[in-house]
Design a binder for this molecule. Sequence first.
Ligand SMILES: CC(C)(COP(=O)(O)OP(=O)(O)OC[C@H]1O[C@@H](n2cnc3c(N)ncnc32)[C@H](O)[C@@H]1OP(=O)(O)O)[C@@H](O)C(=O)NCCC(=O)NCCS
Length: 145
Amino acid sequence: MKIENFSMKDYGQIIQIWKASGINVGSSDSKEEIEIVFHRNPELFLVGKIDDEIISVVIGGFDGRRGYVHHLAVSPKYQRKGYGTQLINELNERFKKMGVHKVHLFIENDNDKVINFYKKLDWEIRDDLIMMSFVPDKTLYKRNS
Ligand SMILES: CC(C)(COP(=O)(O)OP(=O)(O)OC[C@H]1O[C@@H](n2cnc3c(N)ncnc32)[C@H](O)[C@@H]1OP(=O)(O)O)[C@@H](O)C(=O)NCCC(=O)NCCS
């Protein structure tokens, strides 16, 4: 699998991968919102290609203090072949080069498969924290679009 920076022309394909792999595609995944996150950290938004077909995607972000990982997904027919590991390892290398001290991600607590995937890669479950969220503008946010 060849890893490249995401480009906006890939938008349709990454939405398909997210939907096919069971990720909630919400209001933050509209073309306009994806363009915003892409321009914020273009070198952390990655796609994996086999023979020019996009088969994996991850959005990395760095807010100046912590790194974040969003929407890592591999097309269902390419899962369990090491491609997810390859993509997250490349993202972690890029975080390292940027001097990021720590990276966070969010997994629904019943998603055992993904928890297992990250545990195998030495990610640590934080049982000393709880996540809290706030929606500043209720007209903007939708969990499923
Ligand atoms: C999570 C995901 C990206 C992993 O990608 P992948 O290419 O299939 O993962 P890898 O082949 O690199 O797996 C590495 C290891 O992780 C663990 N793992 C991966 N998928 C697993 C699963 N479905 N069940 C249990 N363990 C799993 C295994 O230990 C695996 O090693 P093994 O195949 O030698 O046993 C992929 O399953 C996916 O797209 N899931 C749906 C989308 C999703 O929920 N993303 C996370 C959002 S928070």
